[in-house]
Design a protein around this ligand. Structure first.
Ligand code: ITT
Length: 193
């Protein structure tokens, strides 16, 4: 089985990605590599951040590395928080304060449409590849649901009446930005069942 380093410090992402890949690829976490430092992430696009994270670990260890970056793009806010989704309210990456700030900024607007976008970047000796996925939906006014992570309690995907946080993880994975991006990755490596 192929082994690829997964450059993320976010354990929720690791769990979701492993659920979607169902053992088709073996991912090595940063902890298994013995890396416990900070991976730089200071680019102005999610593509740039995904590449920066994957390339940083690839340059350090010489192993095929994949990293992802995700943003929530809210149309009425000109695409904010976008690439700054993790540190929207503060550098502390607090999900609750990010949600509070977003709901406050969006309160004057009728248009609550938004989308999540995920970009995976794979860096190997053969070069760089990108895989992306988008999930459109809307921001609801009050948090609902206890599953998922990040902005999931306020995001209802198109075609559904419940938020990502109120869905079971299999349903979220099937339609989510991250699920779609990983599906593109799986297809490109002929890993489909
Ligand atoms: P890395 O180590 O991979 O960088 P991170 O938590 O910093 O992990 P991102 O920069 O990609 O991850 O996260 C951007 C923000 O978007 C952050 O606040 C996440 O909680 C949120 N987010 C990412 N994926 C999400 C999802 O599927 N549902 C809801 N929120 C999500």
């Amino acid at each position: 089985m192929k082994k690829i380093v997964l450059a993320t410090a976010n354990q929720h992402k690791v769990k979701e990605i492993n659920q979607i890949l169902k053992g088709k690829i073996e991912f090595i976490g940063l902890d298994e590599l013995g890396f416990d430092g900070e991976v730089p992430e200071d680019q102005i696009t999610i593509e740039g951040n995904a590449h920066q994270k994957a390339d940083f670990i690839f340059q350090k260890y010489g192993l095929a590395t994949i990293a992802e970056d995700t943003g929530l793009f809210v149309n009425a806010l000109g695409g904010d928080p976008g690439v700054y989704s993790a540190r929207y309210a503060s550098k502390q990456h607090s999900n609750l304060s990010n949600i509070d700030l977003l709901l406050k900024k969006l309160s004057p607007f009728e248009d609550r449409s938004a989308y999540f976008k995920t970009v995976f970047c794979l860096v190997t000796n053969n070069g760089i590849q990108y895989f992306d996925g988008i999930c459109k939906g809307r921001i609801i006014k009050n948090q609902s649901g206890v599953g998922g992570f990040g902005y999931d309690p306020i995001f209802t995907p198109d075609g559904y009446e419940i938020t990502f946080a109120a869905m079971d993880s299999l349903t979220k994975n099937k339609i989510s930005h991250r699920g779609i991006a990983l599906e593109n990755f799986i297809k490109s490596f002929n890993l489909s069942d």
